[in-house]
Design a protein around this ligand. Structure first.
Ligand code: GLN
Length: 559
């Protein structure tokens, strides 16, 4: 039967519960266990797909097309647990399902209530992940203990553990040791209070993971143990990692985490084999060479908005033995009179996904800069739209070329609404979503993947307009990835350029530190070839007509 680990958080939000849960999954998987991961989110949206990144950070997309919390990205990067729609339940999703059942008459005669109907629905969601082929289900509860919204979820996990045989459920609480700079002290009171809140609900944590900027003394450990009713050896310190988030499983293991979990759940666990993670951290720690990569987007002040992209770039850096110095540039502020100054020293330029009109002219400028100066360009979804608009306007002379998303009346809709999207009016979960196949022809992407057919995840409504294929290929663009089933352009490239690839999908979602996405890997590799110290580098304003030769044969027509 499956064991269960519940991860809760206290004191403040953004403590890194997702990373901690993912690291626990990583440890247990490397002890040979079959792990499943799940997140329960207390907000009322059915999924995060309708929220903007300022609210929620990145929307993470699974193979099955589910739009999910970004913590699921950590789960996929740290573990091999298969993720599906059952791996993220929100209050909205739980209530929708209970209300649909009520309308269908499933509770006929009853008053439908939080307890038992909502809590039963939550418990059913947890149960859905267990099974004979699963050793441990790790369920992270979003939000912070003490939030009104979290209560039904906490009540549900309390009930769930009560209904399971002894020694099969474990509660791990992540908390913060507050550092008072003025007195130089670490304070345990907020931790005591947060555990007190949990105990009020009837949950006694078995393990406390204490986030701290400074080492915890033995005395503090004993004090926390006494006041929180947790054995001292199960009060664990989680200091800020020095080099990389991929250090976290190693740090937790040094604190004895797999032994503690094994004992608590009655499992005989061998020591985890963390050699792959040790190697990764070693590379990060010892790498000296650095390249400058610009990410030109509109949610730049937010670390979480492009989480998977930043991680995928880091993975590619590890694979190539180079540090990525990220330059997070706001596309709102990029203009013709500052583009040379801001992008002039970059070794590579990435334009991420996005929605709406704000900041798009800056992204178009970034694509133009990369194309004209032979600087590697990597466009992701909206980044493909921008590259197409740029070439259409500046090389094909199609004045006013645009995406219908930005200008519905554009004279040249080089990016348009996909047919299947024409009649859709509802917003939630209705984009072209999830893994779709892509047939590759010769080019940078085919070289990177080393395969003719790949599957990557999508999240968009607009697409390259096939009416413009001929004109754009005459201008030097190659269409090297096609979804043959729907005849949709999935990849565009500029042959003869150092590396210019834009994709309609989101390769950042399939990158792991142990297996970087091939496109990110080759983008970084190409960026390493840029030498700004010699004349081979960028030269502002020097327009290079993209060549259709340079020793490469591309399947698509370059005239
Ligand atoms: N806004 C664009 C569309 O809907 C691109 C979406 C994205 O970048 N994920 O097609």
């Amino acid at each position: 039967m499956s064991r269960h680990i519940f991860v809760t958080g206290g004191v403040v939000s953004s403590l890194g519960k997702g990373l901690t849960a993912a690291s626990l999954g990583c440890l247990l998987e490397n002890c040979g266990l079959r792990v499943r991961m799940q997140k329960l989110d207390p907000y009322i949206n059915v999924d995060p797909g309708t929220m903007n990144p300022y609210q929620h950070g990145e929307v993470y997309v699974l193979n099955d097309g589910s739009e999910m919390d970004l913590d699921l990205g950590h789960y996929e990067r740290f573990t091999h647990a298969p993720l599906t729609a059952d791996c993220n339940y929100t209050t909205g999703k739980i209530y929708s399902s209970v209300i649909a059942k009520e309308r269908a008459g499933e509770y006929l005669g009853q008053t439908v209530q939080v307890i038992p109907h909502i809590t039963d629905e939550i418990k059913a969601g947890i149960e859905r992940l267990s099974g004979p082929d699963v050793d441990v289900v790790i369920t992270e509860i979003g939000g912070t203990v003490g939030d009104i919204e979290s209560l039904p979820f906490l009540e549900a996990i309390r009930q769930y553990s009560l209904e399971q045989p002894p020694q099969t459920c474990l509660f791990i609480h992540l908390t913060l040791l507050v550092h008072l700079a003025a007195s130089g002290e670490l304070k345990t009171k907020p931790t005591q209070q947060s555990v007190g809140k949990l105990r009020e609900i009837g949950i006694q944590p078995d393990v406390l993971v204490c986030r701290t900027e400074h080492p915890m003394t033995e005395e503090m450990r004993r004090k926390i143990s006494l006041f929180c009713n947790v054995r001292p050896e199960r009060v664990i310190e989680e200091q800020d990692v020095a080099h990389s988030i991929y250090e976290l499983p190693l740090m937790l293991e040094r604190e004895g985490m797999s032994r503690i979990i094994g004992q608590a759940l009655g499992l005989e666990l061998p020591a985890p084999d963390l050699s792959a993670w040790e190697r990764i951290v070693d590379v990060v720690r010892t790498t000296e060479r650095e390249i400058d990569v610009a990410v030109v987007g509109k949610y730049i002040g937010l670390n979480d908005a492009y989480k998977s992209i930043y991680e995928a770039l880091a993975h590619a850096g590890i694979a190539n033995g180079v540090k990525i110095k990220l330059h997070k540039l706001s596309s709102d502020d990029l203009a013709a009179d500052n583009v040379a100054e801001r992008l002039g020293g970059m070794h590579g330029i990435c334009v991420p996904g996005g929605f709406g009109g704000r900041g798009i002219e800056g992204k178009v400028l970034a694509a133009q800069w990369a194309r004209e100066n032979n600087i590697p360009y990597f466009g992701l979804c909206y980044g493909l739209h921008m590259a197409v608009i740029e070439l259409a306007r500046n090389v094909c002379g199609l004045q006013g070329a645009n995406s219908q998303e930005i200008d519905p009346d554009t004279p040249h809709p080089v990016i348009c609404l996909i047919d299947e999207q024409q009649k859709i009016t509802r917003k939630g979960g209705t984009m072209r979503l999830g893994a779709q196949s892509c047939q590759l022809s010769q080019g940078f992407a085919r070289d990177a993947y080393g395969e003719d057919n790949v599957s990557e995840r999508h999240r968009h409504r607009y697409e390259f307009n096939n009416d413009y294929r001929e004109q754009l290929s005459a201008a030097g663009m190659a269409f090297t990835g096609i979804n043959t089933e729907k005849d949709l352009v999935e990849i565009v490239e500029i042959p003869g350029h150092r590396w210019f690839v834009a994709v309609q999908f989101h390769p950042e979602f399939t990158s792991k530190p142990t297996r970087p996405n091939p496109l990110f890997r080759d983008f970084v590799k190409a960026s390493m070839g840029v030498d700004h110290t010699s004349s081979g580098g960028a030269s502002p304003g020097k327009a290079r007509r993209p060549a259709s030769h340079a020793g490469r044969e591309h399947g698509a027509a370059d005239s």
